[in-house]
Unconditional design. Sequence first.
Lengths: 296, 292
Amino acid sequence: MLAKGKAGPRRQDHPLWFLIPALAVLVVFFLVPTVFNFVYAFTDWSSFKSAINFAGVDNFTSLFSNGTLVNALKVTLVYAVLVAIFQNAFGLGLALLFEKDTRVNRAVRVAFFVPVIMSALAVGYIFQALLKPDGALNGIIGWFTGTEVSIPWLGSTTWTIVVVAIVHAWKWMGLSMLIYLAGLKTISEDVLEAARLDGAGRWTMFRSIRFPLLAPAVTFNVATALLGSMNGFDIVQATTEGGPGGTTELLNIFIFRTFGQGLFAQATTMSLVLFLLVTILAFPVIRFLRKREDVL
Amino acid sequence: MTITAERPDTATRIAPARRKPRRRFPVQPVAAILVAVLVLGVPFWLVIATAAKDQAEALNPDLSPPSEWRLFDNFAQVFEDGRMVAGFFGSLLVMVPAVVGVLILGSMAAWILGRRGGRLTAAIYALGISGIVLPPAVVTIVLLLRQLGLAGTALGMIGVYMGMYLSTVIFFVTGFVRTIPHELEEAARVDGAGPVRTFIRVILPLLRPVLATATILICLYIWNDVFYALFVIGGRLDTLPLNLYQVASAGLYLQNWHLIFAYIILMSLPLLITFVVAQRRIISGITSGAVK
């Protein structure tokens, strides 16, 4: 350290003006709109009049009293948790199934990555067709059971959110699978060998050795699944557009719909709610998951 | 348990496998293929089969094969009606400058942030990477763009994407810069190179692998984005996902599943081809960032 001090880097070798272009873009296109969010949520900004007036917490009280705020918050949270569960369960299951480096497995892994690179909107339309009451999924079930099946997968006020979350997980499970595969590769053979010598069966081995050692992969996958689904829009818009009866109306769906109706202030209010929700949830979740890694 | 007690046990366990090269039923490969066919094959087949049908046959999309394959006729039709060419170039028009922009501005900033210490740098770094987690304020961005006269323009969309994905670049590259030895920069400095030359000649080439990863991720997001595009340029500039949204939600096309699916196939092809060509790099790039 000391020896380096003389010839070491001086401040002018890394001039601060290199930061300015990036900062300018961040301030104009990220920071200022975010600050605006906190301002315009308290106005009556809409497409119906030219003047924008201060309106206090009117937007919040009206959204709260007609139930949309609580509903959208609840739907978004439930959706995020469901997606995180399904995406990780599917991803981990696939990673364990395709763990060995055989030719078949390598090909299948690549195939499972195709939904990841597809447009989420396209995935939504594909499943809208697949899940119609007279669609292909019911056709397959009917073929197996030998009866006419017409389950309205996207028409249930209780279960549709689960179905859509599964579609979301279907799109992204290939990514989780890859992360888990990479995590499984990092577990040293010695540890596994030692466990095998101690007589650990496959299940014990997975539960008490491999799964705990996958902690960094779990952190990444859970955090990205939660964040991705809280900001979700495309898949829900393409499958249910928030229905039936608003039971899949995520915050972003609400924002898009009210924006389209010209109710800009209400859309801004919900955008602020989303911002606060992510801020309040994301950091503790990430910290909690990181802590779990440290214990090991 | 002692080692001596374990040894015979392992010996007996390994031995039978060697003794009996009996062909077992290949459970794993069969299970792997079965899962892939059920989970991926069914939806993909639905897309291809429906995209090859005519309107009457595709009215109720099912898994039956088309009585007559007219995939390319349908491609030709969506090519015209779905404004594919305009959408393709519109997508490129916003994606390429946004990606190049974030890579250059992001690595410039990340170089400084990775090299300088101090509270100011730490604060700027925190602001710089906060966008990874925090959602952009999509409604007020539109307001701001109107005030700037950029609403509905490609430039506005590029700015919005840059604001969103600069964080990703800054995060990836700052971590990478810290692993580059100072000596490499010093050698250039001794030769009389200023910061700009050092950055362009020494640092940028070294950043290649991490910039490749960031490029892949950001291209994936921007190419497929429809949410932010709907707010910023919806109706005023064509991009592939926006046109798909219009084709699919227009009443006229509501029953035209064959066209929607033909559109989906064509729209996915560019990324699909890129992926097939560079799959190894893409996969290793994405996973290397996640699990350290």
